[in-house]
Design a binder for this molecule. Structure first.
Ligand code: ARG
Length: 460
């Protein structure tokens, strides 16, 4: 019997069905069904023969799914109904007992929690691989000079190792965020029923143990309404993707002929169909472009959840495609970033040449005047005047004569020796001795801290 006199409109069926995308949840749906059947028998809610018949049937269903032989039918609205339908075909009417003390509302969120937990862990591992690659490359290039930029204008020189480590720390925070998302997904919703709990003496802790959950969700209403752990995963993925977009953008710039700071590995580059000389950084460009897509999934799910009355609403079905696409995108982006960082080769000469632009020593000259008692603002003005004279006459700062120095500041002429010494590259780099700065000793200390961080537990 059915409550309905008319069949569903085909367009409604297309709108309502989630089978085209939620079929990827099948391994978790089968696993939770096994745990549920075992619990039902354990509590005497079903007979042990029924449990055995169900488990055997689930094995057969699993085989069909694994071997891609499972035939989905037009009436299979979602993966939960498809699996139960097939189980009943294989095992007979006993299959219909599997849904005792369970609703699709607690079932779907349990599948989702298991999947999110697994992918958050996978993302953490992938982030760690990238952190390890960055650390390795930073160690190799710890004393290679390059220009540091603000506004994409040469600002102050830094060591390449220092620059690469900046990405390491960004990724360390991403790792902590993925770990947080994993922990948030590690509570069992199953047993909440449709929303109020079930009228059987179930054992949720038994199911939690079977499925490896750390805890059970304490409130049945919250259990079926909650998608925070998906938001947490998407938040971690969005920030991580944004970090990777900045890395991608820098790689694109750096491997242009204009910069020529690096060359990407062939494995991660493509040619042009018309210009044979070209080596295009497509993977780095895509790292740049994928980020807004992941961020939009986070924004979209916030939109779905916003002002949604408790408890389950069909709106919640819209959580999946956002999560799934974010997972696929970030996992691939992390693999690409790791491949590119591991294989990129840097051009020491080019970078050091670019870092030898004496104008980037301007702050150091100002700092020297400060050391001689000139207030910083005044020193800033003096050096700005020097730079202007040098730029106007197309000379480097070291090309200025003693008289010119004296015209800008008698103190400079008086300490001309120190001024000229300051204009050598090593001195600008090694002057940045503050904790977290680019001087070699500080970079070495940072490398050690990074190693300990990578080997330690994920935390922010
Ligand atoms: N396909 C549904 C989803 O993804 C499963 C839950 C359906 N529950 C319901 N009461 N209609 O959310």
């Amino acid at each position: 019997m059915s409550r309905f006199r008319e069949p569903q409109h085909p367009d409604f069926q297309r709108l309502n069905a989630s089978i085209s995308f939620d079929r990827r949840l099948w391994p978790y749906d089968v696993a939770q069904s096994r745990a549920h059947a075992r619990m039902l028998a354990e509590r005497g809610i079903i007979a042990s023969e029924d449990r055995d018949a169900m488990l055997k049937g689930l094995d057969a269903v699993e085989r069909e799914l694994t071997e891609d032989r499972f035939e989905f039918e037009p009436g299979d609205e979602d993966i939960h109904m498809a699996i139960e339908r097939r189980l009943t075909e294989i095992a007979g009417p006993v299959g219909g007992k599997l849904h005792t003390a369970r609703s699709r509302n607690d079932q779907v969120v349990t599948d989702l929690a298991m999947y999110t937990r697994e992918r958050a862990e996978a993302a953490r591992v992938a982030v760690e691989a990238l952190m390890a690659a960055l650390l390795e490359r930073a160690r190799e290039h710890s004393d290679w000079a390059m220009p540091g930029y603000t506004h994409l204008q040469r600002a102050q020189p830094v060591y390449l190792g220092h620059h690469l480590l900046a990405y390491f720390w960004m990724l360390a925070r991403d790792r902590a965020r993925f770990e947080f998302a994993r922990r948030e997904a590690d509570r069992l919703p199953l047993g909440a029923g449709a929303l109020a709990g079930v009228s059987f003496e179930t054992d949720r802790r038994f199911v939690a143990r079977e499925l490896g959950f750390a805890e059970v969700v304490p409130n049945s209403i919250d259990a079926v309404s909650n998608r925070d752990f998906v938001l947490d995963y998407l938040n971690a993925a969005a920030t991580c993707a944004t970090h990777l977009s900045r890395l991608g953008a820098e790689l694109v710039l750096w491997c242009s002929s204009e910069f020529s700071f690096c060359e990407l590995p062939d494995e991660w580059s493509s040619g042009s169909s018309i210009m044979p000389q070209k080596k295009n950084p497509d993977a780095a460009e895509l790292l740049r472009a994928k980020a807004p897509r992941v961020v939009s999934h986070l924004a979209a799910l916030h939109g779905v959840m916003h002002a949604l009355p408790l408890t389950y609403n069909k709106d919640l079905q819209e959580d999946k495609e956002h999560l799934f696409d974010a997972i696929d995108t970030i996992e691939l982006a992390l693999a690409a970033a790791t491949g590119m960082i591991a294989g990129v080769s840097f051009d020491r000469e080019r970078m050091s040449e670019a870092a030898a632009d004496e104008l980037t020593a301007a702050t150091d000259v100002a700092d020297m005047l400060v050391g001689l008692g000139v207030p910083f603002r005044e020193a800033h003005g003096v050096v700005a005047g020097l730079v202007r004279t040098a730029v106007d006459s197309e000379r480097p700062l070291s090309g200025l004569t003693t008289d010119e120095l004296r015209a800008h500041s008698p103190l400079l002429a008086e300490h001309e020796g120190r001024f000229r010494e300051l204009l050598t590259q090593e001195s600008w780099l090694e002057s940045k001795v503050s904790e977290g700065g680019t001087s070699l000793a500080r970079v070495r200390a940072q490398l050690e801290l990074a190693r300990a961080t990578l080997d330690g537990p994920p935390r922010s």
